[in-house]
Write a protein that binds this ligand. Sequence first.
Ligand code: BJW
Ligand code: ZN
Length: 259
Amino acid sequence: MRASRNGGDNPAMLEDSIKAAARALSGAGQVMAFTGAGVSAESGVATFRGAGGLWEGQPVEQVATPEAFRRDPLRVWRFYEARRVQASTVRPNPAHETLARWQRRFPAFCLATQNVDGLHQAAGSREVLELHGGLWRVRCTACDRQREDRTVPLPELPPRCSACGAIERPDIVWFGEVLPTDILSAAAQAAAKAEVFVVVGTSAVVYPAAGLVEIAASAGATIIEVNPAASALAHLADIVLRGPAGELLPRIDATLEVS
Ligand code: BJW
Ligand code: ZN
């Protein structure tokens, strides 16, 4: 357990924690942010767990699987089609915008996300490490050909590969599937080098992605958690900011500007 500054419900404590976060960041060369569904919550994208979580009331662990897709590809595609339609209507929020600004501000900044919605890129972030794939890419189940497809709605469900005619699938990492090795290893290297590691809007229960927090913490990074609720790895945080990312990240940024 680390000695953490806890910016809980008390506004004065929260202000102290914002200052502490800004202080840690202002002296840092290597900064990494690791985001989850909560960073897009204020854009109107539903999170996975907790009230209002996704997938027709069922836990996502039971349906975001290759087995579910093999059993009923059309049902799984309908789910992703609905997500694509919804994602095409939403905009980045101030949390995405702040992280895009930090990429320009810090000499070395790495952004790794578990999200598939593309909102970090829409806010201007570059070289985003998408650990769990992307909603706007599809991949052939037979020849593995990958392509970008932003058509909403898709003209045919399931879509078919124009090269071999087989069914395509969303280019998303489901449970039991291996994360893209190059992306995971780039994220793990950045986590090991980070001086400050900001964990935003994730429950930190899904591995190996959540392991990035553990890598950064064991390498001695200052861990900042921004989340209205405690994540599973909150005990590793040095500075805890309890509240919505769209409000708190801009407040840290504004404090950085004046320090
Ligand atoms: C706000 C907010 C606001 C709200 N502001 N915050 C080690 C231990 C145990 C199990 C495993 C392990 N290693 C691997 C496993 C198995 C499994 C796993 O982790 N299971 C656990 C759940 C038990 N992992 C895998 O299967 C992974 N693959 C793998 O390990 O391959 C190797 C292997 C293969 C075979 C055998 C063995 C090993 C793959 C994981 C793929 C995850 N995919 C999903 C679905 C993607 C599809 C899609 O998007 O449809 O990715 S699951 C889902 O969870 C999605 C998310 O990216 C991921 C994480 O969720 P996230 O982002 O944290 O969201 P929530 O909803 O959980 O939390 C939201 C948070 O936001 C909350 O904290 C709120 O409080 C907060 N919040 N408003 C800030 N305004
Ligand atoms: Zn094909």
